[in-house]
Design a protein around this ligand. Sequence first.
Ligand SMILES: Nc1ncnc2c1ncn2[C@@H]1O[C@H](COP(=O)(O)OP(=O)(O)OP(=O)(O)O)[C@@H](O)[C@H]1O
Ligand SMILES: Nc1ccn([C@@H]2O[C@H](COP(=O)(O)O)[C@@H](O)[C@H]2O)c(=O)n1
Length: 229
Amino acid sequence: MQHDPVHPVVVAVDGPAGSGKSSVSKEVARRLGWGFLDTGAAYRALAWHAAACGVDTADAASVVSCLDSFDYRIGTDPTGYTVHVGSTDVTQAIREPGISGVVSQVARVPEVRAHLIELFRAIMAGERRGGIVVEGRDITTVVAPDAPARILLTASEEVRMARRSAELVGHSAATTGQQLRARDAADSKVVDFMNAADGVVTVDSTDLDFDQTVEAMLDVIRDAQVRTG
Ligand SMILES: Nc1ncnc2c1ncn2[C@@H]1O[C@H](COP(=O)(O)OP(=O)(O)OP(=O)(O)O)[C@@H](O)[C@H]1O
Ligand SMILES: Nc1ccn([C@@H]2O[C@H](COP(=O)(O)O)[C@@H](O)[C@H]2O)c(=O)n1
């Protein structure tokens, strides 16, 4: 797994909502000096764009009609990336519960998935650092099934709910937990991110703190580096 200036090393990470995919992957990328790609941000930004255009996100054909005008930009710097749709910075807006509540409707549309997967592969190929850590739901199985290191990052539902409620001040723990469970249920109908596919290593962070989880992921990457030379 040596640095090839043309093909960055890809680390693929999947997992359910609140498992730590984005925060842990970002820190792993930062420690390696590699890029980081949060693929969920694109589905969220498209949900934001559809809503901004007055489109009903439950109507697949209307969502598809928004793809042509979806001018999406995201950086891969793990120390501070921004998300733009056109000239609007939507980095914060796409994290609002209103977007989390409808993003699965957008993500289940096959044309949307095909469009965004192409975009992710282009971003991965354009990475100029030695590697890129890419996280989402179908990275280990669809977006980058040949990645040398593939990880399913998980944690018990109870722990994931507690971690998510701790960061969402002003929202009840019950509502936050309900939303997380509903999103996983909807997303699971489209891709399987609860079970590790063949060759994918599971990192269960239920009993690990943040730093231990980062180290566990780095161990998997180091093992893959030894395996693939
Ligand atoms: N091992 C851990 N110990 C303690 N807290 C953690 C751990 N891993 C992640 N967290 C915290 O859990 C919260 C959820 O993590 P994060 O947002 O990275 O999850 P996610 O899988 O990307 O979620 P989503 O798919 O909903 O965007 C964050 O506040 C993060 O700091
Ligand atoms: N590879 C992916 C990534 C995300 N999604 C959908 O986007 C939603 C938001 O993702 P977060 O990681 O920011 O929570 C998620 O709930 C999925 O609907 C996806 O389908 N595939």
